[in-house]
Design a protein around this ligand. Structure first.
Ligand code: FAD
Length: 301
């Protein structure tokens, strides 16, 4: 399982890719090719997202099974707990264990936007750390001692804000949440996207100072499309550095913007690897081109 990936010091950083269940007919048409192109790089795992409140349960499971059936790559199943009962989550986890899944990313998820009357499930979980517990327990119930080998990863947040003196700021609650998830049994963490390697380095520094010893794998988004970066601000709340957007927007055309973004991404990858990152998790948005270019240009593959 992926839990063993980081147990001893690595000679080379791990490489992994996030995929989401396709939402459109075109997305469903191209996902097979994307998986094939990315699998050819022999990644350490594919992580597969899961809509908050289980909205993509069927399509997420289909994609996981596709990775299991069509590739030699380990699928890592995202799972959110907000809005579901503990019993329902446990049953779903059991179906994934039966399908052969041994790797999970335990998340809280977010309450649906624009639904002011939304209520958490009365028999539900409110924090990712509780989902880590539930996963461990369910794995033990279904697999016995082998359940302890199931790998559980969690999310963590380098943020994007700066103090007045220009140093990166990390939210104290996020470090506390990571410590709690480690205490619950998490094996490693994957970060939200960020644009400045110093944010990753500062998160790791503060997490270590607080007692977090599990590996923290940086999540990297290829910076090749300024419009995507703008959309990501809404999705993640992480601000894009204005200099980066200006640099991409001032390119003569899309192609030049792509090349500029690729160069910035290569720098980011090199910088986080230099700080000692144990691997890179790529946010692919189900598109292989930028990720393949980035792997080649950064020397990771
Ligand atoms: P938690 O760890 O539960 O933390 C939530 C908040 O609770 C913390 O920020 C903190 O404010 C507070 N908190 C928790 N514990 C403590 C504590 N001990 N002390 C103080 N405060 C505390 N969402 C999806 O819907 N589907 C996905 O597939 C998905 N994949 C993701 C993958 C990655 C790598 C990342 C980084 C995020 C992903 N998300 C996904 C988004 C995620 O669901 C949201 O960011 C959500 O708001 C928080 O989830 P969490 O697991 O970090 O929550």
């Amino acid at each position: 399982t992926t839990a063993t990936l980081y147990r001893s010091p690595r000679a080379t950083p791990s490489v992994s890719f996030e995929l989401y269940p396709p939402r459109t007919p075109r997305g469903r048409e191209t996902i097979g090719r994307t998986i094939g192109a990315l699998a050819s790089q022999i990644p350490d795992y594919f992580s597969i997202t899961y809509g908050a409140s289980g909205s993509t349960r069927t399509t997420s499971r289909e994609l996981i099974c596709r990775v299991l059936d069509d590739t030699p790559v380990t699928p890592l199943a995202h799972l959110t707990c907000v809005g579901a009962s503990a019993e329902d989550l446990s049953e779903y986890v059991a179906t994934l264990l039966e399908a052969g899944v041994r790797d999970f990313l335990a998340l809280r998820g977010d309450p649906p936007a624009g639904e002011p009357d939304w209520q958490p499930h009365p028999q539900g979980l409110t924090r990712a750390s509780e989902l880590v517990h539930l996963l461990r327990q369910t794995a033990r119930e279904h697999l016995g001692d082998e359940g302890d080998e199931v790998s559980i990863s969690v999310a963590t947040y380098p943020g994007g804000a700066y103090a007045d003196d220009g140093t990166p700021m990390i939210a104290r609650d996020d470090v506390a949440a990571l410590l709690e998830k480690q205490a619950a049994g998490a094996d490693f963490a994957i970060t939200q996207l960020f644009y400045d390697a110093r944010h990753y380095a500062e998160l790791v520094r503060q997490a270590r100072a607080a007692g977090v010893h599990i590996p923290i794998v940086p999540g990297v988004l290829p910076l090749t499309d300024p419009n995507r970066l703008r959309r990501m601000v809404e999705l993640t709340g992480v601000p894009v550095p204005p200099d980066l957007l200006d640099h991409l927007d001032s390119a003569a055309d899309k192609d030049e913007a792509y090349q500029r973004g690729l160069a910035a991404s290569v720098r980011l990858v090199h910088e986080v690897v230099e700080t000692g990152a144990p691997g890179i998790h790529f946010y692919t948005f189900n598109s292989s081109r930028a990720v393949l270019d980035l792997l080649r240009e950064s020397g990771l593959r």
